[in-house]
Write a protein that binds this ligand. Sequence first.
Ligand code: PGA
Length: 254
Amino acid sequence: MAERPYIVGNWKMNGTRAMLSEARAIDRSSQRLMKVEVALAPPFTLIHAVHREVEQIGVGAQDCHAGEEGAHTGDISAGMALDAGAKFVILGHSERRQNHGETNTLIGQKTVAALAAGLRVILCCGETEETRDEGKAESFIARQLRASLPDSVENVEDVLTIAYEPIWAIGTGRTPTVEDIGAMHRSIRAVLVDLYGEEAAQGVRILYGGSVKPDNAKELLAADDVGGALVGGASLTAESFLGIVLAAAELQDQ
Ligand code: PGA
């Protein structure tokens, strides 16, 4: 696992102000688990409120527009997310790709815009079950990353995180084997080394996402080159999310 694992909760389209107490509880407990970096990506409507509630954990957005401002009804720019209190943004989540037709090119443009605005980026990639069954998962992911990552990124190890999330594992309760996760993370690392050079690329954390729960977190986080987790459903309550944070902290102690 990475020197400081990164556990990120993606609340997706869940949460009203009634959920601020969960964010507060996650923040309070995370203060005692400093060896783990903890963050939450609530919906846009809660970014500012969560930002004001918490002291320790990071707060981020789940998407942003590629432009700075203008006539884009319903969209939010990276600068606006930053202004609301976000420090990072999740880009290229498979639900954005599927439900909003986001392409690698657009995700690349969003990545450039977010980094320029001063947000850190968690860039998601993931294959369908069909692609995995065909034995093409690693080449598919390499293509996805090469088509959406900028050629050069200043301080890439500080501002970029990759999240590998097989689409068939998201919200399904199914997960790849630790061997498959390890192999995929090594393959992603090779793409990063090729793009950014050995030294910088080694500092980029690669998260695993897809049905991470308190009871499987330790096993998944222990897979080769897993630097943390991107957690959907199990991040919606402090109890289950903290179970995953604790698993990461215990692995650090081993
Ligand atoms: P899940 O979602 O943990 O509910 O599978 C993960 C994600 O989509 O980020």
